[in-house]
Design a protein around this ligand. Sequence first.
Ligand code: ATP
Ligand code: MG
Length: 489
Amino acid sequence: MTLGIRSKLFLLSLGLIAVSLASTYAYLRPTLDEVISSRIESDLKVRLRLVADAAQAANLSLRELRAWQTTARRLAPLADARVTLLSADGVLRGDSEVAEEELARVENHASRPEIREALGNAIASLRMESATVSVATRYSATLRQRMLYVAQPFAAADGEPAIARLSMPLVAIDRAMGKLHLALFLASFLALAVAVVMSSAAAHLAVRSLRLLTTIATRMAQGDLSPRAEPGPSEGDELAMLGRGLDKLAAKLTAALAVRRDFVANASHELRTPLASLCSAVETLRSASQRDPQHVERFVEIIARNAERLHRLVEDLLDLSRIESPGFRLSMVALPVEEIAQHVLSLFQPRAESKQIVLTCRLPSPAPHVLGERRALEQVLSNLLDNALKYGSAASEIVLGAEVIKQTERTMLRIAVSDRGPGISAEHLPRLFERFYRVDTGRSRALGGTGLGLAIVKHLVEAMHGEVGVESTVGQGSTFWFTLPLSER
Ligand SMILES: Nc1ncnc2c1ncn2[C@@H]1O[C@H](COP(=O)(O)OP(=O)(O)OP(=O)(O)O)[C@@H](O)[C@H]1O
Ligand SMILES: [Mg+2]
C-alpha cells in the first residue's frame, strides 16, 4: 500500500507529538510523585508539631493515665490523622484509634524505628520544642495496612520525656496521586486530540499547494502554458518558491515558443518571395522560349538572381541555427587582428572602388592579438563591411578602427566599422541585432539583404566572449563595434 504525502505528513507529525507527550509524561510522573509525597509529609510534620505542643500543654502525668487517651482522642480530629502518645519507655499511653481497654495489650513500641529515633532525639535535646521529627513508612500490625509515621518528643509532666506520633494510611496518599495521574493523563490526551486536528489541518494546507503545483506542471507537460501558481495560498515557503520557479519556466517557454513561431513565420516569408519570382520566371520562360528568344535571357537572369538569393538565405539560416545550437563551441586561439583585417578589406576593395568609397584601416601599431576563431572574426568583419558598403553613401570613406579598452575583469580590443551613410534613427537601434529586423525592408531586399547579417554578428561575437553595439546619428553615419578579449601573449 502506498501512502499519499498528506497521510505521511499527518502520521509523521502525529508520531512526533505522541513521542513528545509520552516522554513528558514519563519525566513528569516521578517528579510529581516526589513533590506530592514530600508535600504530604511536610504537612503531616506541621500538624505533628501542633499536636506535640498541645500534648505538652496538657501536662500529662504517668499518675493520670486516662488523660493521655483523652488527649489523643481530642487531638486526632483536629490533626485529621491517627494520634499516638507514648511515654519514654515506649509504652502506648494514648491512641485515637485503639480502645482504652485494648491499650494495655498493645506491644511495646520502643523498637519502632520512628519511636527509637524520637527517643534518641528526646534524650539528645534538652529543649523539647527544638526536637527534630522522625519519619517512617511501614506496615502497621495494629491497623493492618501500610502507614506513614512521623514522631517527635515532647515534655510530659515534671519534664519527663514523652513521644507524640501522627500516622496516616498510605492508601490516602496513593489515592491523591492516582487522581493527579488521571488529570495528567487526561490533559495529555486532550493535547493529543488538539494536535491531531491541527496537524491534519497543516497537512491538508501543504498538500493543497502541492496539488495545485502538480496540476500546473501536468498541464504544462500537456502543452498548456497559461496557468500560473502565483499568487498561491502559501507565501514565502519552499512550495511558493517552487511555484515561482514553475511560473518562470512557463514564461520562458512561452517566450521561446513565440521566438520560434516568429522565426518560422519570418523565414517562410523571406523564402516565399524569391521562390514566387523563380516559379513565375520559369513559367514565363516555358511559354516564351519558342516565340521570343530575346526574353529568354532576361528570365534566365531573374532566375539566377533569385536562386542566388535563396542560396544566401539558406546559408545564413544554416549558419544561425548552427551558432545557436546548444553544443556550439568555437576553438579560441590567438588571432593576428591586423593580418585578418587587411585580408577582409582587400576582398571588399573592388566593390568599394566601384562606389568610389575609400576603405581606411586604423589599427594601433603594433596591433595586439585577440582570442577568437579566424573564420568567425572574418565573417563578423565581412558582414559589417558589407553593410557599410551597402547602406553607406557613395564617394565617402569607411574606417575600420580599433582601440584597447580596460574592463573590470579583463582588457579587450574594441573594433569598429564606421561609415558616412544616412545613419539610423534611434528607435531602430535596440532591435537591429534581431533576426530579420530591417530598417527599410524594401531597400534591404532590393540590395539582396536577408536581415540576418547582424544577428549572425552578435551570436559569433558573444560566442567569442565579446559584446556588440551600434552608435548612429541620422545624416552623419553609423558605427558598428564589437569587443574581443586580448590574447595573453
Ligand atoms: N551601416 C549601416 N547603415 C545604415 N543601416 C544599416 C547599416 N547596417 C545595417 N543597417 C540596417 O540594419 C538592418 C539589418 O542589417 P543586417 O546586416 O542584419 O541585414 P541586411 O544587411 O538587410 O541583410 P544581410 O546582411 O543578411 O544580407 C539593415 O536592413 C539596415 O536597415
Ligand atoms: Mg547585412
